[in-house]
Write a protein that binds this ligand. Structure first.
Ligand code: RAT
Ligand code: ZN
Length: 420
């Protein structure tokens, strides 16, 4: 049934906040992964986004901070960002959204009460509650065979025991730290060497193929610095051309590139010390042109790259842009990016991924973004209505299903996963 003008906004917002989501890039794990699955108040407060914000209010020695227990660090961050100042940043407001949605009394400001309330829950219970509250149906993890905590789980065959969780094979070291990758590959029994020999290429391919199969990985993923350039006479281009693309094609999976990070500009902040960096969109252009049958999932970290990248997606159907990544995952940027992506590409984008590291973050990251996506769509449907094009609720649902769920699986050629 066609919607009336005064029903459009309410319908778009309601459906945007309830449509089931596939979260196609996270750092979350299923409960089988034990300590790798982070959840609870202290993990939430020590999220690296909040760590870097807290240091702006303190001369605390970095090493002293890192020597504190997790609970002490959480107390310290709570004091700085929630008590001494108002929690108005995206990550701080997000923590408040989580408390509220979990039914905790935000106005009490009693951190120990919040801790106790969550500590009474089991991890399985919390995973179910959060997925239900956030409306998340499927979660794609980030999986690294070089991680000594993660590898044994895969080798014991338990890596993919929860059907709601999917794997993505992360290959940063192969592209960005080859000497380290060589050591890791050798220790796993692959006969590689520093020099790019035929045998090394064959062994890298064997490694990638075996781990894609073992993980049933949905895609190959890497984060790249902004100065990533392609094609070049360098290790990265050889690795991509000789090993990664051939294996992706054999296995029929996309290659995901997250471009524009400058790692550890302040090493003392550890994970919180990474910076964003302007990137060269023409590297992606060259890849899409050279490999028209290879699918690329791409996101970039600099705001300045977003428009050009969106235009590029108009030129290459093998390019799917996704998410508002990391420092762009703030309300003003999500709104700006969602609006011009829809204006340039219609609904043929994946507007958001969460990048969550702590399980309850799914609640705020998706709630904040869903509202913006609903608002931007409502503006467009209202405009259409005034021109005489009247959308139905079913059509709005179809559009949101595409953006929040189906586009990803369709791009992968795995629509069958949608009925699981
Ligand atoms: O968003 C983040 O938490 C970053 O630290 C990175 O993990 C980034 O998302 C990445 O996947 O490299
Ligand atoms: Zn990430």
């Amino acid at each position: 049934m066609e919607l009336k003008l005064n029903e459009i906004r309410e319908t778009a917002l309601r459906l945007a906040t309830t449509t089931p989501v596939t979260d196609m890039h996270t750092h979350l794990y299923s409960p089988e992964y034990g300590q790798l699955l982070l959840w609870g108040i202290d993990e939430l407060l020590t999220y690296h986004y909040l760590i870097s914000e807290s240091f702006r209010w303190s001369n605390e020695d970095y090493d002293h901070f890192w020597s504190m227990t997790k609970r002490e660090q959480a107390d310290w961050i709570w004091q700085k960002l929630f008590i001494d100042h108002s929690p108005v940043s995206e990550a701080a407001t997000g923590f408040i959204t989580i408390l509220q949605r979990l039914g905790l009394d935000v106005s009490s400001r009693n951190l120990n009460d919040y801790r106790q309330a969550l500590e009474q829950r089991s991890v399985n219970e919390q995973v179910n509650t959060v997925m239900e509250l956030a409306g998340i149906e499927k979660i794609v993890m980030t999986n690294d065979p070089f991680d000594p905590l993660e590898r044994p789980i895969w080798l014991s065959g338990k890596g993919k025991s929860d059907p709601r969780f999917y794997a993505a094979l992360r290959v940063d070291a192969l592209l960005n730290d080859w000497p380290h990758a060589v050591k890791e590959l050798q220790s796993l029994g692959y006969e590689v060497q520093q020099a790019w020999t035929e045998q090394t290429v064959a062994e890298v391919r064997r490694f990638l193929g075996e781990w894609i199969v073992r993980m049933d990985a949905l895609y190959l993923a890497v984060s790249m610095p902004g100065d990533f350039s392609y094609p070049e006479e360098d290790h990265r281009s050889r690795m991509i051309d000789d090993a990664m693309i051939p294996v992706c094609q054999e296995q029929n999976i996309p290659f995901a590139l997250m471009i524009g990070v400058r790692r550890r500009v302040n090493p003392a902040l550890k994970l919180a010390g990474d910076m964003s960096m302007l990137s060269d969109v023409s590297a992606v252009e060259a890849l899409c042109r050279r490999y028209p049958n290879q699918k690329f999932l791409v996101t970039m970290l600099a705001r300045e790259n977003q428009h050009e990248l969106t235009v590029l997606a108009r030129k290459f159907r093998n390019l799917m842009i996704f998410g508002c990544w990391w420092f762009l995952h703030i309300e003003s940027m999500v709104e700006e990016m969602t609006r011009f992506r829809i204006e340039l590409l219609g609904t043929s984008v994946i507007p958001q991924h969460s990048d969550c590291r702590v399980f309850e973050q799914l609640i705020y990251k998706w709630e904040h973004s869903r509202k913006i996506i609903g608002k931007v769509l409502a503006d467009k449907y209202e405009k259409l209505y005034l021109s005489g094009w009247h959308v139905t609720e079913a059509e709005i649902q179809r559009d949101l299903d595409d953006m929040l769920n189906h586009n990803f699986w369709r791009f992968l050629g795995k629509e069958n996963e949608l009925s699981k």
